[in-house]
Design a binder for this molecule. Structure first.
Ligand code: BG6
Length: 489
């Protein structure tokens, strides 16, 4: 594994520098890193695209990205410092000879070379070949791959094979931006830095777990991509599976990339397959129809701009996941995610088991379960729902459900919460792979998802509709009700 070296300057090359992701996320994140002095003074940002553009025009476009997409007010000296780091290189990605232009700009001797592929996966092959042809690949060269890594196991293997022809696995950084989120990382701290959770984190004390990633947005002009993908491939295969593995994994021996990734992989291997025999009991697919979001009317999925009115793609999915290992025997994990739901909210809720005996029946007939709610976004924080005695004398013991609530914005009020991409970009420069997904993880999770997709395809059931602005189809409520449970709402 390349050594973690924070002192070396970096040539950070963005392929597809004029694209949406680069303009919205990558360039603004580099600005934030520069602002807090986390970029080496000699680090350079090299933008690659196929448009004829002068250096001045390129810089002007990047300035515009900063002005449009950086939320805080810009610091003029940081803007100038960042813009001075920029270089533009025109390359038609499928012409290997043109990569010599990049070779002339970068400094292979002195620097770490990070190549960020912010382009569609079908171009990865051309870029890898071009970098190889121009002899840009050294042990200090890294590649960063944006999702989607395929649309199933087979296509993800093709992408991984393509990249592996030129780069070894320890040079490959597969992005899942959820792993860069502060609160997702905090799952590790919560679990492994607090003895109350390390000893209460299995089938003995936990009844079930719910993971919700609810979105308010719809398709946002991305019909072409989304309709071929659906919410399961777009969100579950990556973001929800990553959260699930972090919640369910065994303690890693340390924080090294492979220690964590080995444990996550074990969870993926223990997932009980969902097949045609159990898909109807374990999953619910939904598609939104017209409705209201925060009081404003919004169109249904089939009426979205450029939409295909007969699409059967799901914009919502709920799944009961069973993990067949010692720790999680008989503890279901319920996942749900959807577009155009009531509100944007991502959280993990751990429901602890009911007490075996209630000595307070006279005043509180059914003691509720304790819950640990980990709010991933927005309003990041952690809360514990617990019972307390209401203060007072004379009428025996009266109990009340109360909240122990830690809001990050209050507890860490003077700390700015960094965007996920800031952290992830920095870690690629430092050579730390722990927040990136290893090939076997990606492929294992596709294998599990493929089985669900195949079962849906054979069952031929269309997704159930739900009005935009609700929590999904009624069948999603029934999924938990069958087990005597209900969603956290
Ligand atoms: C992306 C998906 O990976 O994550 C989008 O492609 C989704 O469809 C987005 O909206 C959600 O990210 P976040 O950070 O807003 O929760």
């Amino acid at each position: 594994m390349p050594s973690i070296d924070t002192n070396k300057p970096c040539d950070f090359t963005i392929f597809g520098v004029l694209g949406d992701l680069s303009r919205r996320k990558l360039i603004p994140s580099l600005y934030q890193l520069d602002r807090v002095a986390l970029l080496h003074e000699d680090t350079r940002i090299i933008g690659v695209a196929r448009h004829q553009l002068s250096q001045e025009d390129f810089v002007a476009k990047m300035r515009d990205s900063l002005e449009t997409f950086v939320n805080d007010s810009l610091e003029p000296d940081v803007v100038e410092r960042l813009l001075n780091r920029l270089h533009y290189v025109l390359i038609n990605l499928d012409v290997p000879e043109e990569y010599s232009r990049l070779q002339e700009v970068i400094d292979q001797e002195q620097r770490v070379l990070v190549n960020y592929f912010s382009v569609a996966p079908f171009l990865f092959d051309d870029i890898c070949k071009g970098l190889d042809y121009a002899a840009i690949v050294t042990p200090e060269t890294r590649v960063v791959l944006e999702k989607p890594i395929g649309r199933d196991l087979e296509t993800s293997q093709e992408i991984n094979d393509t990249v592996a022809r030129v780069f070894t696995e320890d040079q490959v950084y597969r992005i899942d931006h959820y792993l860069g989120k502060e609160t997702v990382m905090n799952l590790l701290a919560l679990r492994f830095a607090n003895s109350i959770f390390t000893t209460n984190w299995d089938h003995n004390t936990i009844d079930h777990v719910q993971i919700t990633v609810a979105e308010e947005v719809g398709i946002e002009g991305r019909w072409g991509y989304f309709d071929k993908s659906g919410q399961t491939r777009d969100m579950v295969q990556n973001h929800l599976m990553q959260i699930l593995t972090l919640v369910a994994m065994e303690p890693p021996v340390n924080m090294h990339g492979d220690s964590i990734r080995n444990e996550k992989l074990k969870v993926l291997k223990a997932l009980r397959p969902i097949t045609i025999d159990n898909v109807d009991d374990k999953t619910v697919r939904g598609q939104y129809k017209a409705g209201f979001i925060k009081g404003k009317p919004v169109p249904g999925y089939l009426e979205e701009e450029d939409g295909n009115p007969s699409s059967a793609t799901e914009s919502f999915v709920a799944i009961r996941v069973d993990i067949d290992n010692w720790r999680w025997a008989d503890v279901p994990f319920y996942l749900r995610t959807g577009k155009r739901l009531t509100t944007k909210r991502s959280e993990v809720v751990i429901y602890f088991k009911r007490l075996p005996h209630n000595i307070f029946k006279d005043s509180y007939k059914h003691l509720p379960q304790n819950k640990l709610v980990i709010r991933l976004q927005p309003d990041e924080g952690v809360e514990i729902v617990m019972m307390n005695k209401v203060p007072g004398i004379g009428k025996g013991i009266k109990l009340q459900k109360t909240l122990l609530d830690l809001s990050f914005s209050e507890a860490f009020s003077d700390v700015r919460i960094a965007d996920a991409y800031e952290r992830l970009i920095l870690e690629t420069m430092h050579g730390n792979q722990s927040l990136f997904i290893r090939r076997d993880e990606v492929e294992r999770s596709w294998k599990w998802i493929d089985s669900i997709q195949d079962a849906w395809a054979s069952s031929n059931e269309p997704p159930r509709s739900y009005p935009a602005g609700t929590w999904g189809p009624v069948a999603s409520v029934a999924l938990l009700a069958r087990d005597g449970r209900e969603w956290e709402e």
